[in-house]
Design a protein around this ligand. Structure first.
Ligand code: HH2
Length: 284
């Protein structure tokens, strides 16, 4: 174990191995309204089954999301989010072999998820609530800090940057430094440009073309492009489930650039993409 980004990260009984290159985070939305899989896994048994399947297919992390963040999505109460997520986390954390992450910016949901067995936070507001940061430091869990312009309700209205790469990078470095001040060590901080969160097609492309600049920061980088609408804009595929090959192009290029984690819905397919890209990149 070490503290470089190509090492094994171990904490509180959990472990992620980056020595072979990029790893896969599987998306498990326990929501009725997510943009590409809304309603499919709102039933607890179906969600658990899907989580187990993704772990067997090669997901090193399962990201449980109890609230949609699609453009225009309405906030959901903490109690409802806990009701959706906790039984699924409890079942999956008992033996699927993957690290369970909770996709939330809500302190109560994060606490309940830890109690149920989650061991990673994915916060699309990058610890806007600093108590989330203090909790992560105290419980020694890794955190994903994502960039978003605006809120899910407003973010796609009029995304605007002078220099999207510079501004997103500056924001993430500032949030990462703040997380370190809370007591979260550098190797447990993942930064994420937030593809599709207050960004036009042009902004998403600039961020992905310059993803090496994020990798150069020395923080772990997480990227979530899976099935997103910019892929539909390029390919003409309106149905998110038809965007698998488009997603694969982004995943391969992210792996080649040294991104630590790709967040995807189609784990079986993207695990193969990552395996091959990692082999092409790392000499052994
Ligand atoms: N994208 C989504 C949700 N959470 N978290 C991180 N760190 N990075 C992302 O790019 C990201 C994320 C949106 O995708 P999805 O979960 O499929 O949809 P929805 O928000 O509608 O549930």
């Amino acid at each position: 174990m070490g503290d470089g980004i190509n090492d094994v990260l171990e904490w509180a009984g959990a472990r992620l191995d980056f020595s072979g290159g990029t790893i896969v985070m599987g998306v498990l939305n326990v929501t009725p309204d997510s943009f590409s899989d809304g309603g499919r896994f709102i039933d607890t048994e179906k969600a658990i089954e899907h989580g187990l399947k993704m772990a067997a297919e090669g997901a090193a992390i399962i990201d449980v999301g109890p609230e949609s963040t699609r453009p225009g999505a309405e906030p959901v109460s903490s109690a409802e989010q806990i009701k959706r997520a906790s039984p699924v986390i409890e079942a999956l954390s008992k033996g699927c072999g993957a690290v369970i992450s909770i996709d939330t910016h809500d302190l109560e949901v994060a606490k309940a998820a830890l109690d149920a067995g989650a061991s990673m936070f994915n916060d699309i507001t990058a610890l806007a609530d600093e108590r989330m940061g203090q909790l992560a430091a105290e419980k020694k869990v890794p955190v994903v800090l994502m960039h978003m312009q605006g809120t899910p309700q407003t973010m796609q209205a009029e995304p605007n940057y002078d220099d999207v790469v510079g501004e997103v990078l500056e924001y993430l470095l500032e949030r990462a430094a703040r997380a370190e001040r809370f007591g979260i060590p550098r190797e447990r901080i993942f930064i994420d440009p937030g593809i599709g969160f207050g960004k036009t097609l042009k902004h998403n492309l600039l961020l992905l073309r310059n993803i090496d600049k994020f990798v150069e920061t020395g923080y772990h980088i997480l990227v979530g492009t899976s099935r997103k609408s910019f892929i539909g804009e390029i390919t003409g595929k309106e149905n998110p489930t038809d965007r698998i090959f488009g997603t694969a192009a982004t995943v391969a290029l992210c792996a080649a650039a040294g991104v630590s984690v790709v967040r995807v819905h189609d784990v079986s397919e993207m695990a193969d993409v990552v395996k091959v890209a990692n082999k092409l990149k790392i000499q052994s």
